[in-house]
Design a protein around this ligand. Structure first.
Ligand SMILES: [Ca+2]
Ligand SMILES: [Ca+2]
Ligand SMILES: [Ca+2]
Length: 478
């Protein structure tokens, strides 16, 4: 930006000199025109170089995913810092960088890479209690944030709804809808640039020159070459990942899949697959943690309702023949609910699936039927972010971070049971909120043309979709 201003200045100087000496020749005027259009051309090229950087980032994300499919490695963090892919990439008359600032408790101000959103607390999903655990967010701020994004107009304790914003000297309209831009938070009562973004006044996550020159230009910063962030260090919005295994295949839904489908899961034997399907006759399954409770089932005898053909009785009283249990794949969710009360089957004996067995196939199964949104990646999130999740104390959060540093990445959500302090019941509450692989990325690319001051920066948020990447947001500062 300062480069562009400099070029304009040169043009102005040239013009004054020419006017001053009164030698306005056609030749000189043409020189000025060429400079102006040349600079414009440089900026256009710089922009296209930045866009090339965005495409490169998508290609690298895709390449890493292909590698993972082959290696079945649980997770690959290289995309977050990979100078060989993202630093000074030459292309045509210029080059591009893919850069990002610090997130979570990272110390450096600049990395060559992209950042996943699932390492942050999702501002549109986290409850008031969860937001309250983020350093720098006061109870007043949390209440105002919640009122801003919730659809109702009921003022929560310490919150603010439409009336408050209407009464301001410069009235503004409350969104009553999820945040669509991180900058929107600045419209919320009590939230200012300093507290929320720290020195990052333009909210791009990067240390810009004006943010590192002390009090020379706004904003005020300490000029120490380090980007001190505020709350923005911990939050983002729009998190979401694909519900697939390491090979990129859709996970099998343990709530509804029949024995045949369950049998396709890597590491799950046909016998156990049948047992899971049978177990649902007696007990409902809602998360993959429930698989640890799977037992053999037997039909309760001498119940008048045990004839499968009597479809008119109370839905809870109908039972299914054992030989039917294999082909109830399509629309039996109603029966699952019904089986939680006594449906004519009962469990017998001990648990059939132990923790190690479940860990062996857990990446192939899921208890989620819908999209995975509002999630935190236990392989990338900082302890501060992890500690906002339900049931996760600071000690547990720290143990999660340590465990992935010492024993490697979590290969599935069940491995969290190996973390001190996390038991089956806690994991059941936690599991809908976590993932082990991210799906949404913020990409910032900067293009520049050789021997020119023209620089252009483009920021996009992309999410891995079934076929390629979906662009969720686009930002380009002029
Ligand atoms: Ca509201
Ligand atoms: Ca900045
Ligand atoms: Ca600083």
């Amino acid at each position: 930006m300062s480069g562009a201003r400099g070029s304009v200045l040169i043009v102005v100087l040239w013009t004054s000199v020419l006017l001053g000496i009164g030698a306005i020749s056609v030749l000189h005027a043409t020189t000025v025109d060429v400079r102006v259009s040349g600079n414009y051309g440089d900026r256009v090229q710089a922009r296209w170089l930045a866009l090339a950087g965005v495409e490169k980032a998508k290609a690298v994300l895709y390449r890493d995913e292909q590698r993972r499919r082959e290696s079945r490695a649980p997770f690959d963090p290289s995309v977050f810092s990979s100078p060989s892919d993202f630093r000074e990439q030459k292309l045509g008359r210029g080059q591009f960088d893919v850069i990002r600032g610090p997130a979570g408790d990272e110390l450096d101000s600049k990395y060559y890479g992209v950042i996943d959103l699932e390492r942050f607390v999702d501002l549109n999903v986290a409850s008031a209690q969860e937001l309250g655990k983020i350093p720098g967010l006061t109870p007043d701020m949390v209440a105002a944030l919640i009122d801003w994004r919730d659809s109702d107009s009921t003022v929560s304790a310490q919150g603010a709804e439409a009336d408050y914003y209407r009464g301001l000297a410069f009235p503004r309209r409350i969104a009553n809808a999820p945040f669509e831009s991180l900058l929107d938070v600045l419209r919320v009562r009590g939230i200012d640039v300093q507290s929320f973004f720290g020195e990052d006044a333009n909210a791009n996550g990067l240390l810009d020159p004006s943010e590192n020159d002390g009090d020379k230009t706004a904003p005020l910063d300490n000029g120490d070459g380090v980007l001190e962030l505020g709350v923005s260090r911990w939050v983002a919005f729009g998190t979401g990942a694909q519900n697939t295994n390491a090979a990129g295949e859709a996970r099998v839904d343990v709530k509804t899949a029949d024995a045949a489908d369950l049998g396709t899961v890597d590491g799950l034997s046909a016998d156990l697959a049948q047992s899971i399907a049978d177990y649902r006759q007696a007990q409902s399954i809602s998360t993959i943690v429930d698989l640890l409770d799977v037992k053999r089932v037997e039909e309760v005898q001498n119940r008048s309702s045990s004839r499968a053909s009597s479809g008119r009785g109370r839905s809870g009283g109908r039972s299914r023949g054992r030989n039917n249990s294999g082909n109830n794949s399509a629309n039996n969710s109603g029966n699952n609910n019904a089986s939680s009360n006594n449906s004519g089957w009962r469990t017998v004996g001990g648990n059939l699936i132990d923790q190690d067995t479940l860990i062996g196939f857990a990446d192939g199964v899921t208890g989620r039927s819908a999209d995975v949104r509002g999630v935190v990646n236990v392989n990338t999130a900082s302890a501060v972010v992890l500690a906002t999740l339900p049931g996760v104390t600071e000690a547990i959060a720290q143990a999660i971070v340590e465990r992935r540093q010492t024993d490697g990445w979590f290969r599935n959500e069940i491995e969290l049971l190996e973390v001190d302090g996390l038991d089956k019941n806690k994991l059941k509450t936690l599991i809908p909120r976590i993932v082990i692989r991210s799906g949404t990325y913020r990409v910032i690319a900067e293009g520049r043309v050789d021997r020119s001051s023209a620089v252009r920066r483009v920021e996009v948020i992309v999410r891995r979709a079934l076929d390629g990447f979906e662009t969720l947001s686009y930002r380009e500062d002029l």
